[in-house]
Ligand binder design. Sequence first.
Ligand code: SF4
Ligand code: ZN
Ligand code: ZN
Length: 315
Amino acid sequence: MKCRICGQAASIALRSHKIAFCDTHFLIFFEKRVQTTIRRYALIQSGDRPIVAVSGGKDSLSLWLFLHRMGIAADGIYVDLGIGDYSRISLEKIKAVADTIGKKVYIFHVPDIFQRGIREVAKVLRRVPCSACGMIKRYVMNRICVEKGYNLLLTGHNLDDEAAALFGNVLYWKKDYLWKKDISLDEDEGHLSRKAKPFFLCSEREVAAYAIISGIDYIYDECPFSKGAKTIMYKNVLGNIEEASPGTKLMFIKGYLKELQEMKQRFLPGNLRTDEAGDGYCGVCGYPSGGGMCGYCRTLQKLEIPYTVEFEEYG
Ligand code: SF4
Ligand code: ZN
Ligand code: ZN
């Protein structure tokens, strides 16, 4: 197999695009595609001050490096969940990239604030770790954005993540979530930053190839709490479909985005966002809450810890 551009031996074949590339031309192809996505969906606009949610994994670190290469200045945010070596190694990888690209990273340590790791926090809340983690991450990341003046939070979600989540929502007809998997979410000035996912149309394999060819040292291990998650099963099912019929995942997600735009225009001229802006704001911290006290404040109250949000700044 040869590279479509230079005719040298190809290092990666992209069956969904019916194309193969050498390392150099794959990087060019990938970066152009992401730039096109950013432009087409207006994910990053002039005057934006973006920040990247980094986890130490390939997706978020690739996004951070991609932005740096494109000349888009973006700092990072990391939520340390207090999961032993996994959290420690993740942070080491993040700091290494921050040093390389000369950017700052805000670090929120769950154990410092909640006096225990995410597993124990979840136990107190009688929730599964992923549910407690999602709630704390959403709160803290948004809070840091608003407090530090970043109006745009970028995440490394890729095509496989989005297709698996959508597949699960369709499978169980989770109507409340179905139309919320947008490529970007609007801002609620002073309370919620805008959010966007530049890798929305890039497969996990493409992002992994970008990370490896670029020499990014990321954490290979998945979070231990991801084991047995339904999304992994959905990814496998979709992977089998993709194998038999290349391009299906991309069609699924592109079709969804098209339907979503039409839905917005037809039914809700503003947008379909109803999850975080909710009906009001938390009486303790003043940040958006679906009703009454927000999840973050309720967690602190349950643990009998006075309200606090503190984070470390590295770099
Ligand atoms: Fe958080 Fe669950 Fe993801 Fe781990 S697998 S980072 S606990 S959401
Ligand atoms: Zn080439
Ligand atoms: Zn609150």
